[in-house]
Write a protein that binds this ligand. Structure first.
Ligand SMILES: NC(=O)c1ccc[n+]([C@@H]2O[C@H](COP(=O)([O-])OP(=O)(O)OC[C@H]3O[C@@H](n4cnc5c(N)ncnc54)[C@H](O)[C@@H]3O)[C@@H](O)[C@H]2O)c1
Length: 352
């Protein structure tokens, strides 16, 4: 009896070992295939067509959201813009229509669940099923934790992550039903690295990274193949409303157009994770083995002060350069004016 038990447990151990080796070999093969696919010139890669899709961009009243809207419209998608800033939304709608695109704008406060569900219903009735959802809207408080008023901490979480749950709950069921859809989370590098004076912001962006990864895992285990998710994690961006007066040492701030181009590229090629600039991926891979002293040095040297100064940002013009997105992907050009009309907050959290 004892001998029989020993044999069966030895057999089980061998079975587990074989399974583990098989799993490792298969994982390695998948990784090689993924790297091979990534290295293929784009003409050999499968590219999604989004003409006829309905693409919702939250925070579409300015900044990155507006640039994304213009690109989506150029690719033939009907664009839906949500923002608390209705003036900004109207401007974006006008710009999209100006390039021959289709656009609908709605005022929506993402910090208010009921408003999200109400506007989601309206969008569905007036425009149709959303097939591309870009959770882009974001806010930052930019204060040391103990000086950040409670309402600003709550607002950061409400807009930067909790709203993603409401928008996903509103639009994901139809995507699953039709086995077609894409949810893009605009997170941040701050979702991978803690930064002084951005405790609430970083925590909300870490949550956004986790939201994307676990939603992807859930869809995968439910056998949903046609609904994709992508998380985009950019470093500081120039000339949008959020961090435009934050100075960055050594690492140049990203151009908003480049971030928009790369986001749309990731949508079309159904990429999982985008880190911008891409070479920072290597640094992030080393993060788990870096001692805190090294991480702290990076953080202090690269970003001496990540606190935005909350000045009403002047109107800025962002022009597509000749060699950017439209040339690479659309063979056309878009001119985008980004008007900063986001509701900036003063240190007490009042709208300016
Ligand atoms: N700017 C950067 O340096 C940077 C870097 C990394 C990631 N990001 C992320 O990129 C995204 C876009 O940011 P951006 O740089 O274009 O900033 P932005 O401030 O120009 O745009 C954010 C938009 O969100 C809208 N918004 C804010 N609160 C809202 C609410 N309650 N309901 C609806 N809309 C609301 C604003 O009105 C604004 O139009 C954000 O999620 C941000 O966290 C920005």
């Amino acid at each position: 009896m004892v001998v029989q038990e020993k044999t069966s447990s030895a057999n089980q151990a061998i079975k587990n070992l074989i399974e583990l080796i098989g799993f490792l070999v298969y994982s390695l093969t998948l990784m090689v295939v993924a790297v091979y696919k990534r290295c293929l010139p784009s003409i050999y890669q499968k590219k999604k067509r989004i003409s006829g899709d309905v693409a919702l961009v939250t925070g579409g009243g300015g900044g990155l959201g507006r640039l994304l809207a213009l690109r989506l419209a150029k690719l033939g998608a009907t664009v839906v813009l949500w923002d608390v800033n209705i003036k900004g939304v109207d401007e974006t709608v006008g710009l999209v229509k100006g390039i021959g695109g289709k656009a609908y704008g709605y005022r929506c406060d993402l910090a208010d669940k009921e408003d999200v569900y109400r506007v989601a219903k309206k969008t569905q009735q007036e425009v149709g099923d959303v097939t591309i959802l870009i959770n882009n809207a974001g806010v930052v408080s930019g204060l040391p934790l103990l000086s950040t008023p409670d309402n600003l901490i709550k607002r950061t979480f409400d807009v930067n992550i909790i709203a993603h749950f409401w928008t996903a709950k509103a639009f994901l069921p139809k995507m699953i039903e039709n086995d077609r859809g894409h949810i893009i989370t605009i997170a941040s590098l701050a979702g991978h690295l803690g930064v002084n004076k951005l405790v609430d912001y970083c925590a909300s962006k870490y949550a956004a990274v986790g939201f994307d990864e676990s939603l992807k895992a859930e869809l995968d285990s439910q056998g949903v193949r046609g609904v994709k998710t992508t998380v985009v994690c950019p470093y500081f961006i120039q000339q949008t409303g959020m961090f435009d007066n934050v100075s960055s040492k050594f690492l140049p701030k990203l151009k908003a157009n480049d971030v928009a181009d790369r986001t749309i590229e990731a949508l079309l090629y159904e990429e999982d994770v985008v880190i911008l600039p891409g070479y920072l991926k290597a640094l992030l891979m080393l993060k788990p083995i870096m001692p805190w002293s090294v991480k702290s040095m990076f953080s202090k040297k690269f970003i001496p002060d990540a606190s935005p100064h909350h000045q009403p940002t002047p109107i800025v013009q962002i022009k597509e350069s000749e060699d950017s997105f439209p040339q690479k992907i659309l063979n056309n050009s878009v001119s985008a004016s980004v008007t900063q009309t986001k509701p900036n907050l003063d240190k007490q959290g009042k709208d300016l």
